[in-house]
Structures are given as structure tokens and as C-alpha cells.
Design a protein around this ligand. Structure first.
Ligand code: HEM
Length: 348
């Protein structure tokens, strides 16, 4: 059912589209950059697949996919939009991952991913609402053109070239380098014990939001923290879920000051002082056995994307526009090569 907040939102967007949401500014040649990125991702998946199995073009290593419940709280009007307009529970899959496009030892500094898939979401073309996050509030690339430069530097095995493209200090990307260093230096011993952020914005009624998940029982001592083996993140997660449930608060941050809260540049964190994160749902991950070959295979075949969404939570900004094409290409190619298909409804 459409609530009053949603209808008011649509009315305001129709009247003042750019001042409410912040105009999405599509840079010249963005679609060309997106095609280049998609081609590079496809090429790297096909090359890697020669080893026998096609993995994701990023976040290749899964720690596991777990079953969860996502319970939307009863919320005031200003927080009621889309998924959050009705207090109800959704069954969900959550995939925890490392950011690299290769499977490597968990001790290597890397971003850690949490991707949530709400099931049985009627008004989403994919039938699901996905929330895809990393364990840092800002992303390290501003826009599509910069992502092409990043991939070119990776292709010649010289990522430093992205940050220092030539000798002119005006071309250095020090802000981006700071974000990468902050991400790589985080010590993570259990994916269930850390906070995650969307970094990029999404529509929320008449405005935009970012979202984040934070473990609820932060004061409780971490259950499993041994970091000696190559797959310690998976092992510690399984040890935790052998003994106990896990839980996260799902929070949103509304865009209140357009100038300081850009839509087109996810390297800029939105100030929590200007707009704090507010809990709108609770995630419970019941104790379970997820670390089985069958479940790991199921996890590989799933596809998460910010664009698996209802219109009220449409992804915004250039980096999300890149992801619309690239995630579709990445999941389609790997599923074709593995002769797999998404079996998202399995288990529910
Ligand atoms: C231009 C920017 C980006 C590109 C090109 C990109 C690329 C990709 C690709 C190719 C995949 C694999 C998709 C699949 O095969 O199913 C992926 C997965 C993922 N990305 Fe991105 N990504 C970008 C930005 C981001 C951002 C901003 C975040 C979060 C803050 C993020 C978090 C993730 C996560 C968590 C996954 C794993 C999803 C899963 O578990 O299946 N990415 N990304």
C-alpha cells in the first residue's frame, strides 16, 4: 500500500527534482566508461575461469551465505518509505566476502563485504531487495572515468599509478589513497563483529539515504578471534554460529544538507553530526551450519546487486550507474561459464 509519506515524496520530486534529491550529474562519456569497465571485468572473469571455475569480478571469496530474518520496525512517517513503510519481517540471505577479485588468504589487507538479499519483495523486478555494503563509510573511487583509470593501473599490475598518475602533484589522488589505506589496515577477525556501510546513496522517498549495519551486542566479547589460518573469517563465523545467534541493527542516514552530502561522489562521507544513522530494522542470523560444500556452491551461484531494488530505493549517482551494467555482466558471465542459474528462492 502507498502511504502518505510516499505520495508526498513523489509530489515533491515532481515539483523540485534537483533541489530535493540533488541532481544526478551524468558526466560526459560516462556510458563509454561503463562499457569499458564492463569489458575489462568480463575479460578478467573469462581469464580466471580458465582455472576451472568462474568467480565474481570482485568480492570473489565468500566466507559464507547465511540465512537471516530482517525485521522492519514500526516507524514514524518521515522514516516510512518503500521497504520501511510497513512493520514486517522478510526472510533474507546474507553473503559475507573479501573485496579482491581473487581468492586469497584472509590476512591480506582488503575490504570486507556484506550483501543482504530480502526475499519475496513483490514490487522489485528481481523479486528481491538487495543491500550491498563494505566495511568502510566511503568508497575509494569518485566516478566512472576514475574507475577506468583504476582498472588500467591494475591491468599493468601497478595500482600505485592510479594514485600517482604522473609527476604533477595536482593529479595525485591522495584523498582516495587515504581511503584505501584506511580500509586495508582494518583488523577484522570475524565478519559478524564489524560495521558495514553502503557508501553510495539510494533514493528514499523525496530525499536520498545511505545505509549501514552495526552488530547489536557490541559490548559482548567476540566469540571467535583466532586469525592463524588462511580462511579464519569463515571459521570464526562458523564457530560463532555453532554456539549462538548473531544480530545487526540496520540503519539509514537521510540526506539533509545537499551541499555537504553529495550524491555523485561516494568518496565523501556524509556527516553523522548533520544527520545521524537511525535504526529502522533488526537483522537476526540464527545459529546455523552454513559451512558445507552444498551451501558454498549455492552462495557462488547467487547474484546480489544494488539494482535488485524497488523504485523507492533506486540506486543514485555515477558509481551506482556503473554497477547497474557491471554486476549484470559479471553475474551473467560467471553463471553461463559455470552452467549455473540463480536459485535465490531455495531454502525459503
Ligand atoms: C564502480 C564501482 C564498482 C564496481 C565496478 C564493482 C564491481 C563489482 C563486481 C563485478 C561484483 C561481482 C558481481 C557478481 O558477479 O555478482 C561486485 C560485488 C560486490 N561489490 Fe562491487 N563494485 C563497485 C562498487 C562497490 C561499492 C561502492 C560497494 C559497497 C560500498 C561494493 C560492494 C560489493 C560487494 C559487497 C560485492 C559482493 C556481492 C556478493 O556478495 O555477491 N562495490 N562488485
Amino acid at each position: 500500500m502507498l502511504n502518505r509519506g510516499f505520495l508526498l515524496g513523489l509530489f515533491l520530486i515532481a515539483l523540485f527534482p534537483s533541489c530535493v534529491l540533488g541532481k544526478q550529474e551524468i558526466l560526459q562519456n560516462e556510458s563509454l566508461s561503463i562499457q569499458q569497465i564492463a569489458q575489462m571485468v568480463e575479460h578478467s572473469i573469462r581469464m580466471e575461469a580458465k582455472n576451472g571455475f568462474a568467480r565474481r569480478g570482485a568480492h570473489a571469496k565468500a566466507h559464507g551465505c547465511v540465512k537471516a530474518q530482517f525485521r522492519v520496525l514500526s516507524l514514524p512517517d518521515e522514516l516510512s518509505s518503500g521497504i520501511f513503510s510497513e512493520a514486517r519481517e522478510y526472510p533474507a540471505w546474507i553473503r559475507f566476502s573479501n573485496g579482491a577479485d581473487k581468492v586469497q588468504d584472509d590476512s591480506v589487507g582488503d575490504g570486507r563485504g556484506m550483501a543482504i538479499k530480502l526475499m519475496h519483495v513483490d514490487r522489485s523486478p528481481s523479486g528481491t531487495q538487495d543491500f550491498v555494503m563494505l566495511n568502510h563509510p566511503a568508497f575509494f573511487v569518485k566516478n566512472a572515468a576514475d574507475y577506468v583509470e583504476f582498472q588500467k593501473a591494475l591491468a599493468i599490475d601497478n595500482p600505485v599509478k592510479f594514485f600517482f598518475p604522473d609527476l604533477n602533484p595536482l593529479h595525485f589522488r591522495l584523498h582516495e589513497l587515504g581511503i584505501v589505506m584506511a580500509i586495508r589496515s582494518k583488523k577484522v577477525s570475524n565478519p559478524l563483529d564489524i560495521q558495514y556501510w553502503s557508501a553510495t546513496p539510494y533514493r528514499f522517498g523525496a530525499t536520498a539515504m545511505k545505509f549501514s549495519t552495526r552488530p547489536c551486542n557490541r559490548t559482548a566479547p567476540a566469540l571467535s578471534t583466532d586469525t592463524s589460518s588462511a580462511n579464519y573469517l569463515r571459521q570464526n563465523m562458523q564457530e560463532h554460529l555453532d554456539r549462538d545467534d548473531a544480530c545487526f541493527d540496520f540503519m539509514i542516514q537521510l540526506r539533509k544538507r545537499a551541499a555537504e552530502m553529495p550524491v555523485e561522489d561516494p568518496t565523501i562521507e556524509w556527516s553523522e553530526k548533520a544527520s545521524p544513522f537511525i535504526t529502522v530494522a533488526k537483522i537476526t542470523i540464527p545459529a546455523q551450519q552454513f559451512n558445507t560444500p552444498e551451501q558454498q556452491k549455492f552462495c557462488e551461484d547467487l547474484a546480489f546487486s544494488p539494482w535488485h531494488a524497488i523504485p523507492e530505493h533506486e540506486p543514485l549517482g555515477g558509481i551506482n550507474r556503473v554497477r547497474q551494467t557491471v554486476y549484470e555482466v559479471s553475474s551473467r558471465i560467471r553463471q553461463e561459464l559455470n552452467r549455473a542459474s540463480e536459485r535465490e528462492s531455495a531454502g525459503f
